[in-house]
Design a protein around this ligand. Structure first.
Ligand code: AHG
Ligand code: MN
Ligand code: MN
Length: 335
């Protein structure tokens, strides 16, 4: 039974035993993500002060170059995970190739690889709107003690051992799963501690919010157009449209209130926009763990075999009944 008012640190220790491969390694890894999240949170919070402390590209008072926040977040997550020698490999949306850690050191017995979208929704930074970080964790499939290979990263989403996100919003929250439900922790910025504020998060089975970039409507497949029209019909209410343009924030709201997020393919983006490994798989794992659903319109996201690191995929995710309805429209339009 999860309990409120627990800190994330206490929660990780107490739940370590319930994780099937208990060695403490995964707990240490999540602890490292917690630390990096706090560092990035501190920087994200200062973003509005750029006119005072200097914009990206400037040189700050210590003579250091100011970095763009997505580069900063990328560096911080990679540094934290590398310095603590906690993983054997990292892949990031911001890096062309995966990073091998301690490839020369056969003493590196670490079993996990991490995939991250260090700053999701980064175009929202300049306008003081919520952004996030998304992470996804797998056990390597190649032998421990050898350099990681592409196969360690190109695993189906259904092999994830943990996934989560940080949302830098009105409050900063870390939400994650290790395959036993989804729990959300809110940062108390005064003392820098995350507290369990949202135990056992669940998507309502049904919802009334749809989130899609409707500006692309004319480029969408017929099934998506039909579903959007269905959302707008008198008989459905109509539903409410809410689109932040940060997947993390749109997902977070929909999980709490009930809703559906859609990033379909279009005649401009043949495979959609979102990345299977850094965005869709972790969000799909969280959605399913929270009683929701995630699909590419025809099949379960978590069953897709990735073929490249930066692969994109159409993404429909949220309350189960809504996702199933959208899939029904996709099937009908393509038959
Ligand atoms: P990122 O900032 O990591 O590149 O991701 C942005 C993604 C996602 O968070 C968001 O929902 C979507 O792109 C918004 O895309 P549009 O501006 O095309 O709607
Ligand atoms: Mn993103
Ligand atoms: Mn990003």
């Amino acid at each position: 039974m999860t309990q409120k008012n627990k800190t994330l640190g206490e929660f990780i220790i107490e739940n370590q035993a319930s994780f099937k491969y208990t060695t403490g390694e995964l707990s240490r890894l999540i602890n490292s993500i917690r630390l990096a999240a706090k560092v990035v949170n501190h920087e994200v919070n200062k973003a509005g002060l750029v006119d005072i402390i200097g914009a990206a590209g400037d040189v700050n008072i210590q003579g250091e170059d100011q970095q763009k926040l997505d580069v900063y977040a990328n560096d911080k997550f990679i540094q934290t995970l590398t310095n603590r020698n906690i993983v054997c490999g990292i892949a990031s949306e911001e890096e062309d190739d995966f990073i091998t850690i301690n490839s020369q050191d056969s003493n590196n017995q670490n079993k996990y690889v991490v995939l991250i979208d260090p700053l999701d929704g980064s175009s929202n930074i300049d306008v003081n709107v919520s952004v996030g970080t998304i992470f996804s964790i797998y056990r390597r499939v190649t032998p421990v003690g050898t350099p990681v290979k592409m196969a360690d990263f190109l695993q189906k989403g259904n092999q994830q051992v943990a996934a989560g996100y940080v949302v830098y919003g009105t409050s900063t929250m870390l939400v994650y799963t290790t395959g036993a439900g989804v729990n959300g922790f809110t940062l108390n910025p005064a003392i820098g501690t995350f507290y369990l504020s949202h135990p056992n998060m669940q998507f309502p089975e049904d919802g009334r919010i749809y989130s899609v970039n409707e500006g692309n409507y004319i480029h969408f497949p017929q099934g998506i157009k039909d579903y959007i029209k269905y959302c707008q019909k008198e008989e459905t209410g109509p539903y409410t449209a809410r689109y932040i343009g940060s997947l993390v924030s749109d997902f977070h709201r929909n999980m709490i209130k009930g809703g559906i997020y859609l990033y379909p393919k279009s005649s401009k983006n043949e495979k959609g926009k979102l990345r299977l490994l850094y965005e869709c798989n972790p969000m799909a794992f969280l959605a399913e763990q929270a009683n929701g659903k995630a699909s590419d319109g025809f099949q379960r996201i978590l069953d897709i075999q990735p073929t490249e690191l930066h692969e994109r995929v159409p993404f429909i995710c949220g309350s189960k009944n809504m996702v199933e309805k959208a899939e029904e429209f996709m099937r009908n339009a393509s038959s």
